[in-house]
Design a binder for this molecule. Structure first.
Ligand code: NDP
Length: 296
């Protein structure tokens, strides 16, 4: 069997186009422009690239982008004051603080200062609680993107066995909650899981969010399963820099029914979902109907 490749790049382009259509309509019918504020503290090179990409994508769909670049030595009080200011700004519907923050800043304190209604990353403790209790929330972008692709591929997910490898707060746990919300039977595996291969082999849906290059191999995949590879790992092979996932693509694709590639799978969906969340936040803030198909 050779798996169907789930084209996250094309899927994300469709999501962005849909968001752009909604944004145009909001402007025309309500005079509203959704706005996203991104806060970057310090000079982390990967973070700088992410922030640049987020800015470009925000502008491309017709939203307003507000960038705040702060010195690495910025103190907690100054950062919290900026967040208070963005919370109070009616032009700002979404706020994202790029992680990781420099070591002297307490990420939890900073994230929990964001107005939950503007927390487009879905990391605020209120949004985590809302998601966990099945209520309307802001959903973390990466798992939301995975859910959209899974719903598109399977139609209904109810009753399917889902295994999520990884239990981080930003991917593994919210992914498991979303799959549970769609009535999957969910198992969360992690570094202490016994016989990981056997656990993974039970999965109709296998989500890998481990951060270990090509750790999930074809012999761990149930024939016909859908494999979602969240991993982004930079490795060197044959003297060349290469981007690989947490799944060993060749061996897994030979067994799976469908699979997301790396690059071009989950990655592009993350920014697309950030835009979708900003649109949703703008609609909610103005008492307007939420865009269909772009939320959990
Ligand atoms: P974390 O490092 O926070 O979490 C990794 C998880 O994997 C942990 O729960 C850990 O278990 C588990 N794990 C580690 N080793 C093993 C093992 N040998 N067997 C089973 N489980 C193991 O990573 P993130 O969740 O932040 O990210 C995961 C991956 O997704 C990374 O490659 C990251 O780059 C990528 N990513 C991609 C995004 C995208 O946009 N596509 C966005 C965010 C992340 P334990 O808890 O027991 O330590």
């Amino acid at each position: 069997m050779t798996a169907k490749v789930i084209d996250g790049k094309a899927f994300a382009a469709n999501v962005r186009a849909e968001v752009a259509e909604h944004v145009a309509r909001l402007k025309e019918e309500h005079g509203l422009t959704p706005g996203l504020a991104v806060v970057l503290v310090g000079e982390d090179p990967a973070s700088k690239v992410y922030v640049k990409n987020k800015h470009a994508s925000t502008i491309e769909v017709g939203m307003a982008s507000f960038e705040h670049r702060l010195d690495a030595s910025t103190g907690e009080a100054e950062l919290l004051a900026l967040i208070d200011q963005l919370n109070a700004d009616p032009k700002v519907h979404g706020i994202l603080v790029q992680l990781p923050l420099p070591g002297h800043l307490n990420s939890e304190l900073v994230i929990n200062r964001i107005d939950p209604a503007k927390d487009v990353d879905g990391f605020h403790i209120s949004n985590v609680g809302l998601l966990g209790t099945g209520q309307k929330s802001m959903v973390p972008c990466t798992p939301l993107g995975c859910l959209m692709m899974l719903r598109d591929h399977h139609g209904k997910l109810a009753g399917l066995n889902a295994v999520v490898v990884g239990r981080s707060n930003i991917v593994g746990k919210p992914m498991a909650q979303l799959l549970l919300g769609d009535s999957c039977t969910v198992t969360i595996a992690h570094s202490r899981t016994k016989d990981l291969a056997e656990v993974c082999k039970r999965a109709d849906i296998l989500v890998a969010a481990v951060g270990r290059p090509e750790m999930i191999t074809g012999d761990m995949v149930r024939p016909g399963a859908t494999v979602i590879d969240v991993g982004i790992n930079r490795i060197e092979r044959d003297g060349k820099a290469k981007l690989v996932g947490d799944v060993h693509y060749e061996s897994a694709a030979a067994v799976a029914g469908a699979i997301t590639p790396v690059p071009g799978g989950v990655g592009p969906m993350t920014i697309a979902c950030l835009l979708a969340n900003t649109l949703t936040a703008c609609c909610r803030a103005n008492g307007l109907a939420e865009p269909e198909g772009l939320t959990a």
